[in-house]
Design a binder for this molecule. Structure first.
Ligand code: SF4
Length: 93
C-alpha cells in the first residue's frame, strides 16, 4: 500500500512546514480530520527532502477512509478555524 501524499500545507507556523510543504515523513490525522502532527517549536523540524504522507487517519466517516487508513490519491492540509485540517475530507454519503 502506497502512502497518500500531502501536496500542499499552508500552515507556515508549523515546525514541519517549509514553503507550504510538509516535511515530516508521515502525519496523523484525527477523528475530525484535523492534522494531529501540527506543532510549534523554536526551530524547524522534519527532513527537507521528505515528501510527506498520511501515516494514519482516524476520520472514519471520510469517503476516502478505509480501515482508518487514507486511500485518497493525495491530500491538501490548510488552516481552518485556526487549526490545521485535511482539506480533502469528504463525508461518506
Ligand atoms: S482525505 Fe479523508 S481519509 Fe484521507 S487524510 Fe483526509 S480525512 Fe483522512
Amino acid at each position: 500500500m502506497d502512502m497518500t501524499r500531502i501536496l500542499e500545507c499552508n500552515m507556515s507556523a508549523c515546525a514541519y512546514n517549509m514553503t507550504n510543504r510538509c516535511h515530516t515523513p508521515g502525519i496523523n490525522v484525527g477523528s475530525h480530520a484535523e492534522c494531529n502532527t501540527y506543532t510549534h517549536a523554536s526551530g524547524k523540524g522534519g527532513v527537507p527532502e521528505a515528501n510527506a504522507g498520511v501515516g494514519a487517519c482516524l476520520a472514519a466517516d471520510c469517503k476516502f477512509n478505509e480501515q482508518l487508513e487514507c486511500r485518497a490519491s493525495n491530500i491538501d492540509v490548510a488552516s481552518h478555524n485556526r487549526h490545521a485540517d485535511c482539506e480533502t475530507y469528504q463525508v461518506r454519503s
